[in-house]
Design a protein around this ligand. Sequence first.
Ligand code: NAD
Length: 367
Amino acid sequence: MSVKTAAETTTLGVLDRMEVSDHEEVLFCHDRATGLKAIIAVHDTTLGPALGGTRMWPYANEAEALHDVIRLSRGMTYKSALAGLDLGGGKAVIIGDARTQKTEAMFRRFGRFVHSLNGRYITAEDVGMSTTEMVNIRKETPYVAGLPEEMGGSGDPSPVTAYGVFCGMKAAAKTAYGNDNLSGRKVAIQGAGNVGRYLTEHLIKEGATVYLTDIHEDKLAAIKADQPAVHIVKPDSIYGLDVDIYSPCALGATVNDETLAQLKCSVIAGAANNQLADEKKHGKAVMEKGILYAPDFLINAGGIINCSWERRGYNRKAALNQTENIYNTALAIFKRSQEEKIPTYLAANEAAEARVRSMKQAGLRSL
Ligand code: NAD
């Protein structure tokens, strides 16, 4: 899933950019009345409609927004393929400040653009979004997931994402230590947000020692109040801790030259998207350092699995059962990586690509 960096792609036109990343469709949306400026990217619909969240972010310019949506939508194809879902990959970005610029009219207008794709793209929440926006989008199109539970939706995906990360972490422990019991293991979680909070709960319950950091003191204090056993640490000291597992649950690109020099863990397993700053380089570097990296799009698929159940009639238990299978998929990916002596990200990419390719060759398409 190695794609070019923003700097490498800024010289390319949109169609060339789509050719490089193998995108089917990119829709640019503008509405003067509401101030909406959005881009919807449909990467691949071989396995089914492209489901992926909408991110609202104050991008510095259009090129940055395009780079993000291209990269994120492609990632969704891999995530759903590996999770065994009949879904393709897509994503949308809205250029703007989620704290000050959101209006009902803007999201209803955005819903019309989503609707114009006739179900090829289904939206959901991402950074800067909440169920409120999904409800407004739903007024204009049925092609939206992540609705509140009282509307028949799947609600907040974070608890399910956290459960999937926990299962993926156990598979990594089984591979690295020969035992998936995390009791007594030391885990450093970066990010006390929605996923970090639920992941902390699972780990403490299992008997792990959890070190937790965040840039916001109030988030840490809230978790500490519920889980007094958790050890709070400063954001900068998270990488150098003497722990078994580093769990990035805040930002992407935290596995890089600088942090790799500090990391003492033997497993990396977390929820954040795009953890490897440079997939090829750092995917190989972690392997050479003897660290088992659990590919992010493999173990953070609980959220999309949860959303996918809205299309079949939401069933929380079934969503959790399917999420639990991340454990088996992760074991298979780690085995393949060991047998073929290739980085884990590559083993995961190849497995996802093989599923898409085989459905394409068989002419099977479930729209
Ligand atoms: P969130 O916004 O609730 O939490 C992220 C937390 O990280 C925040 O508390 C923030 O203050 C903290 N943070 C930001 N920068 C930090 C830094 N430098 N050091 C320490 N903490 C920092 O997000 P979330 O829903 O918990 O998701 C966490 C990550 O997992 C994100 O990268 C998200 O894209 C990814 N993810 C989430 C889901 C989901 O279902 N929520 C699904 C798939 C992937």
